[in-house]
Design a binder for this molecule. Structure first.
Ligand code: IPE
Ligand code: IPE
Ligand code: MG
Length: 239
């Protein structure tokens, strides 16, 4: 979409790897979970800001399939924040007409969290604004394993033959089925890696990394990422 005022293309789908909460807290001599609390505040503000910019789909990476490796105390603190956000602030998005979806394997969460996830999705299902994919216990490899299993079942039942499998059929069995691939992936916290985020979908995404730690990320930082995105020449393998 073209923002007529600023003459900038607004990407249809933006992914954000919200990294740097722990370092943000450490810099202030605070325990890492405090960084997650502040990161959650940023999540709320930024999601609302981005929804007003004309982005159609926003995918936020909140918890990876690998993040269970962290000390139990930190994982528990993150789960506590999820509960609190699922109860209070996610209903907030109603005002902005944001449609919340969860991507990832929710079955690993505690039953009360699964219930909250299901309810939040159900409450938001008829909204027509920006789609907000929250990646929780999400892993790109896990997502591909799931797609492979779904296709294998269809082959086993005789519904399809192995040689009929197409790229589109794989896309259709990912959590993001029916959504456009991300145009832009932003990573805060300074690392230059995907850390298992949207592996299949990111084939031609533009990658933007900023040293800003996630709790410090502001609307102006998002605007900066959009400005840089507008200078990129996307060729998709062509000339
Ligand atoms: C990202 O911040 C949040 C999660 C992965 C849950 P980190 O907790 O990874 O913060 P750093 O990278 O250690 O600073
Ligand atoms: C990626 O951050 C996952 C999320 C932001 C949810 P990590 O902090 O887990 O990634 P690595 O360990 O630096 O690759
Ligand atoms: Mg990190």
């Amino acid at each position: 979409m073209l923002d007529e005022q600023k003459k900038l293309y607004i990407p249809e789908h933006v992914g954000i790897i919200m990294d740097g909460n722990g370092r943000w807290a450490k810099k202030r001599g605070l325990p890492r979970p405090v960084g997650h609390t502040y990161g959650a505040k940023t999540f709320r503000e930024i999601a609302r800001y981005i929804s007003k910019q004309g982005v159609k789909v926003l995918t936020l990476y909140a918890f990876s399939t690998e993040n269970w490796k962290r000390p139990l105390e930190e994982v528990n603190a993150i789960m506590k924040i999820f509960r609190q956000y699922l109860i209070d602030s996610l209903t907030d998005f109603r005002k902005d007409d944001i449609k919340i979806c969860f991507i990832g394997d929710r079955s690993a969460f505690a039953p009360d969290i699964i219930r909250l996830i299901d309810e939040t999705e159900e409450n938001a299902k008829d909204r027509e604004g920006m789609v907000l994919n929250l990646a929780m216990n999400y892993g790109g490899r896990d997502e591909l394993v799931r797609a492979a299993r779904l296709l294998s079942e269809e082959v086993r039942s005789g519904a399809i033959r192995p040689e009929d499998i197409t790229e589109q059929m794989i896309s259709d069995r990912l959590y993001t089925a029916g959504q456009p691939d991300p145009d832009l992936i932003i990573r805060t916290g300074g690392e230059h890696r995907l850390s298992n985020f949207l592996l299949y979908q990111a084939a031609y995404s533009e990658f933007y990394s900023t040293d800003t730690l996630w709790p410090d990320f502001k609307p102006a930082d998002f605007d900066q990422a959009i400005a840089v995105f507008n200078q990129r020449n996307r060729r998709f393998g062509g000339v």
